[in-house]
Design a protein around this ligand. Structure first.
Ligand code: HEC
Ligand code: HEC
Ligand code: HEC
Ligand code: HEC
Ligand code: HEC
Ligand code: HEC
Ligand code: HEC
Ligand code: HEC
Ligand code: HEC
Length: 420
């Protein structure tokens, strides 16, 4: 049973012992709340009943009283008597306590799903949302039901869940992309729009790669906070660990921190992260090094040097690939050489990764390994085309010999015919 008490300016829900949990396989109980409220159809008083049918709590056997209290056996308006524990529709700041009453209790949740985390409320308190709401009374921020709509809560794995990876951006965007709603705050409202154009969203939505990040992977599920400077590299580093390690050890990491630049995002943006190509490297148009370096300073020289190395590996790769393709078309067996060319592809990836050490030597080392592979492959291509010429010449010679033989035979037969 729940009792509402008032303490100072805010109200608190003091909770009695939790009701014995229903059988996990149980259906939602028959409740007078449902029979009366369903009569309101899709009007605001009836909508919760319709939505709730597909809610995870209904599936676990909880009814309306699990959150609202009241007497589910009373068919009249007195079912909603505060004396029977009825609390009405909770205020925004009460929602956190309401959900936390079950979700913060390891003992209670273990009976349903021991693997489920029980730190949502604790994390939420550390977030900008939680601090604004609980310390400053700002009701515009997200509470639990801002991201998990009160009557259609579903596990993240459910494709229809507001917190399924494919739906999170939309859920956060319902506030963050609404300039009117966000007007009182001095922060941009373009995160959703930019994220929708990113390589991350493309991988997730078009390639079905759920290992690509959406909002909560970078901001935390429940600890959404404005990222600090050091924090950004760590966030990207959860997935791009090699780049993060190289960057972390580089002098840029220290210099950027001093300048207040946000690590990876300085060169890659944060929300509209695009595909990274060689054009980012160097001092030309679209090259990120050119933001701070120019020809003549040592950083600029290194940028140009790295780009030249990678361009040269690219060019040699193309040449080897094209000569092997010619040989293959001519029917010469070159599959081993084509396979060997994979080493050059690997070296190219490693060289692009090594850019994050900002050391010309590291990039050169990878490029040299790649060039060794392309030159072996190219040599095999030349050899194969040579073989092809020899074979063609050989064929011409044997055709000539056969023709001569036939002609000789023909003459011989004519001679024999003339004799007889
Ligand atoms: C006989 C019909 C009837 C029954 C039974 C009933 N309700 Fe209601 N309920 C209403 C009506 C009518 C309203 C709107 C008037 C009001 O707020 O008092 C309402 C309002 C509500 C609200 C919204 C209050 C607000 O502050 O906006 C909630 C929540 C609610 N009911 C939950 C319940 C629960 C939980 C039960 C079962 C324990 C229940 N109701 C049983 C008719 C009913
Ligand atoms: C998991 C907790 C939970 C359960 C279970 C639940 N509600 Fe609610 N309900 C809430 C919260 C929280 C609100 C406050 C609005 C919000 O935060 O979005 C609310 C609000 C309402 C309102 C006010 C109108 C509105 O949509 O804001 C009505 C009516 C209502 N609930 C009826 C019901 C009925 C009927 C059931 C059972 C079919 C039910 N609720 C089950 C949490 C719950
Ligand atoms: C009466 C206890 C209780 C209350 C109150 C409650 N929940 Fe739950 N909730 C559960 C149980 C039990 C489960 C099922 C856990 C399982 O089996 O995975 C669950 C499941 C969930 C899930 C899906 C978890 C998953 O990944 O499977 C979410 C999300 C959730 N609740 C959010 C909320 C929110 C938000 C509120 C407040 C509006 C709330 N809950 C209120 C008991 C409760
Ligand atoms: C800013 C949006 C947001 C708010 C606010 C929020 N959640 Fe969540 N919640 C999420 C996201 C996103 C996930 C999915 C995480 C994932 O993919 O694993 C999630 C997952 C969950 C789960 C499933 C288990 C888990 O931890 O992954 C539970 C339970 C849950 N939330 C309860 C709550 C409760 C209780 C509150 C209020 C204290 C709350 N949430 C507030 C966004 C939010
Ligand atoms: C119900 C509306 C709402 C929803 C939903 C919501 N937020 Fe917020 N969020 C806000 C408001 C309002 C602020 C306060 C802005 C401020 O104080 O600058 C905020 C603040 C933030 C901040 C701190 C911004 C800063 O620099 O101060 C981050 C980060 C954030 N939200 C991320 C998210 C993410 C990620 C999600 C989805 C998982 C989400 N929010 C869902 C309303 C919402
Ligand atoms: C790949 C990681 C990543 C993803 C995905 C991501 N963010 Fe961010 N977000 C960041 C970083 C990094 C910053 C800080 C940038 C800075 O300090 O300049 C940031 C800043 C923010 C801020 C503070 C205001 C601002 O724009 O600087 C908000 C609010 C925010 N993000 C919301 C969102 C929402 C909503 C989504 C999903 C639509 C999202 N983020 C997706 C990494 C990410
Ligand atoms: C949850 C994991 C995850 C997080 C966090 C993450 N990424 Fe990614 N990122 C991916 C995946 C998956 C891909 C697509 C596969 C690929 O091409 O590597 C990708 C692709 C990229 C690409 C394009 C790579 C290419 O080949 O063109 C860049 C650049 C990138 N991410 C930068 C970042 C930055 C910067 C951050 C932090 C602000 C970040 N990522 C955070 C998983 C993540
Ligand atoms: C000073 C600028 C700069 C910073 C800082 C930076 N990068 Fe890069 N990044 C680049 C350049 C330039 C490339 C393109 C290299 C190429 O393709 O030749 C690149 C390429 C990438 C790629 C694609 C590699 C591939 O295989 O094509 C990923 C992923 C990436 N960066 C992630 C990160 C992460 C994560 C961080 C932070 C830990 C980070 N970057 C910091 C400049 C930067
Ligand atoms: C946000 C600004 C910024 C960007 C972008 C940037 N750098 Fe730097 N870089 C610096 C600063 C500041 C220093 C230290 C001062 C100096 O030596 O010019 C530095 C130093 C260097 C140095 C060491 C120079 C020396 O004196 O030994 C190299 C090498 C370097 N950068 C390479 C690069 C490359 C390659 C890129 C592009 C992938 C890049 N930088 C992008 C700001 C930047």
């Amino acid at each position: 049973m729940m009792i509402r008490v008032l303490i100072g300016s805010g109200s608190l829900l003091i909770l009695g012992g939790l009701a014995a949990p229903p059988d996990a396989a149980a259906q939602m109980p028959e409740e007078s709340c449902v029979s009366c409220h369903s009569a309101f159809g899709d009007a605001p008083l009836g909508e919760p009943v319709q939505a709730y049918a597909a809610d995870v709590h209904a599936a676990k056997g909880f009814g309306c009283v699990a959150c609202h209290g009241g007497d589910a056996e009373d068919p009249g308006m007195s079912a909603m008597d505060p004396a029977a524990g009825y609390i009405g529709a909770p205020e925004r700041d009460e929602v956190v306590l309401l959900c936390g009453r079950c979700h913060s209790s390891a003992q209670f949740m273990r009976r349903y799903n021991p693997a489920l985390r029980v730190d949502q409320v604790a994390e939420y308190r550390t977030s900008v949302h939680g601090q604004q709401l609980l310390e400053r009374g700002d009701e515009r921020v997200a509470t639990c039901t801002g991201c998990h709509p009160a009557h259609s809560i579903k596990p993240p794995s459910d494709p229809n869940s507001s917190v399924n990876p494919l739906n999170v951006a939309e859920t956060c965007g319902s506030c963050h992309a609404d300039p009117e709603y966000m007007a009182p705050y001095a922060i941009p409202t373009d995160q959703h729009e930019k994220y929708s154009e990113s390589v991350h969203w493309q991988m997730m939505s078009e390639e079905g790669d759920l290992s690509a990040p959406t909002c909560n992977d970078c901001h935390g599920n429940h600890g959404a906070a404005p990222p600090g400077v050091g924090w950004v590299g760590n966030v990207c580093g959860q997935c791009h660990s090699v780049m993060a390690e190289l960057f972390g050890k580089s002098f840029h990491a220290r210099v950027f921190a001093m300048l207040g630049n946000p690590g990876c995002a300085t060169c890659h943006e944060n929300h509209d992260i695009g595909r990274a190509g060689d054009e980012l490297l160097g001092l030309g148009e679209g090259a990120v090094c050119g933001m701070c370096h120019s020809e003549g300073d040592s950083g600029g020289e290194v940028a140009l040097g790295m780009r030249a190395l990678i361009d040269s590996l690219n060019a040699h790769y193309e040449a080897a690939d094209s000569i092997l393709a010619k040989a293959e078309n001519a029917g010469i067996e070159v599959s081993e050489a084509l396979f060997g060319l994979n080493e050059a592809t690997t070296a190219l990836v490693s060289a692009r990764t090594a850019v994050h050490s900002f050391s010309l030597d590291s990039v050169a080392e990878q490029v040299e390994a790649g060039l060794a592979a392309t030159s072996t492959a190219y040599a095999r291509g030349e050899e194969a085309l040579g073989e092809f010429l020899v074979r063609r010449l050989g064929l011409a010679v044997s055709v000539a010999i056969i023709l001569a033989l036939i002609a000789g035979l023909f003459l011989k037969i004519r001679k024999i015919e003339q004799l007889t």
